[in-house]
Write a protein that binds this ligand. Structure first.
Ligand code: NAP
Length: 270
């Protein structure tokens, strides 16, 4: 008998940690369901969705690189994600067989920083890609005062700031830092195989928090530098697990068993 299932689609897809996370939670809850990975190339997203939603056992999918923007053309958008975040990372099958999309990255990003008072404060954001969009949406939703974006392409960063209607500046990656309540790396720099971020953290004050979305490796040179400075740090696994938990509830109709986070984290690091 085929049980219900959800999956993650992307190109490449072998690296995705989502199957480990969701299958860990399904096993803990004793739920008869499965979470798989599917290699879907650019140009194949519409066919994938048409095939999947015809199967009543398919509950939905997480969307990863490079489909987070393209997928918006093929699903319903009840929460206006296209106009607000500008990228979807989760699609869900409704009871009538239609498919709608959302973005759980923003909620996942905010989960580990709810204790930090950021309203009216300055944030520094490195990067202006898909993850940066979710971060800007999240920061705007909690009333951030201004955002300085450092990015390889300053034009892209300026356009992003304007599209979110946020105060701030767009500067090149090499620009000297200013103090800020939080510095977020949402660029690819620092990932395995990429150069480290060329930052000097000295201008950050002692209350600044440094949040790196990169999770491979978990201990990036950015986080190591911040620890040397004695700054509060947040690594990328927090957001990864947080965004997955929101999607899990949408797929399987029950909250992820977060009391097992320490065990899950150890598995993700193994
Ligand atoms: P993306 O849309 O491809 O954006 C990549 C960003 O990195 C862009 O700002 C790009 O600059 C910059 N970049 C790439 N290569 C560069 C280089 N050689 N030199 C300088 N800048 C470079 O990717 P994404 O989806 O936003 O992902 C960005 C990072 O966030 C990745 O490390 C990803 O793993 C991480 N992430 C983590 C989570 C989580 O749950 N923890 C979720 C989503 C993403 P340009 O704009 O100039 O091209």
């Amino acid at each position: 008998m085929t049980s219900v299932y959800a999956e993650v689609i992307g190109d490449p897809i072998a690296h995705s940690k989502s199957p480990l996370i969701h299958n860990f939670w399904l096993a803990k809850l004793g739920v008869e369901a499965e979470y798989k990975r599917v290699h879907v190339r650019s140009g194949e997203v519409a066919d994938y969705i048409a095939g999947a939603c015809a199967d009543a056992n398919w509950r939905g999918a997480n969307i990863t690189i490079p489909h987070k923007v393209a997928v918006m053309d093929f699903v319903d958008d009840p929460f206006d994600v296209r106009a607000t975040v500008g990228a979807m990372n989760t699609i869900v099958r409704a009871d009538d067989g239609s498919v709608w999309g959302t973005n759980t990255d923003a909620a996942g990003f905010l989960e580990p920083i709810t204790h930090k008072k950021l309203r009216g404060q300055r944030a520094i954001l490195i990067g202006a890609g898909g993850a940066a969009k979710a971060v800007l949406f999240a920061l705007k939703s909690i009333g951030i005062g201004e955002v300085t974006i450092l990015n390889r392409s300053t034009e892209k960063a300026a356009a992003l700031l304007a599209s979110f209607g946020l105060h701030g500046r767009a500067l090149p990656l090499e620009a000297p830092l200013e103090d800020a309540a939080v510095l977020v790396n949402a660029s690819a720099l620092g990932m395995t195989g990429q150069l480290p971020l060329p930052l000097n953290l000295a201008p950050l004050g002692p209350c600044a928090m440094v949040y790196d979305l990169v999770y491979a490796p978990l201990e990036t040179s950015l986080l190591a530098m911040a620890r040397v400075r004695g700054l509060e740090t947040i690594d990328g696994l927090h957001m990864l697990v947080g965004q997955a938990a929101v999607a899990f509830d949408l797929f399987f109709g029950q909250p992820a068993p977060r009391e097992h986070d320490a065990e899950l984290r150890a598995l993700l690091l193994a």
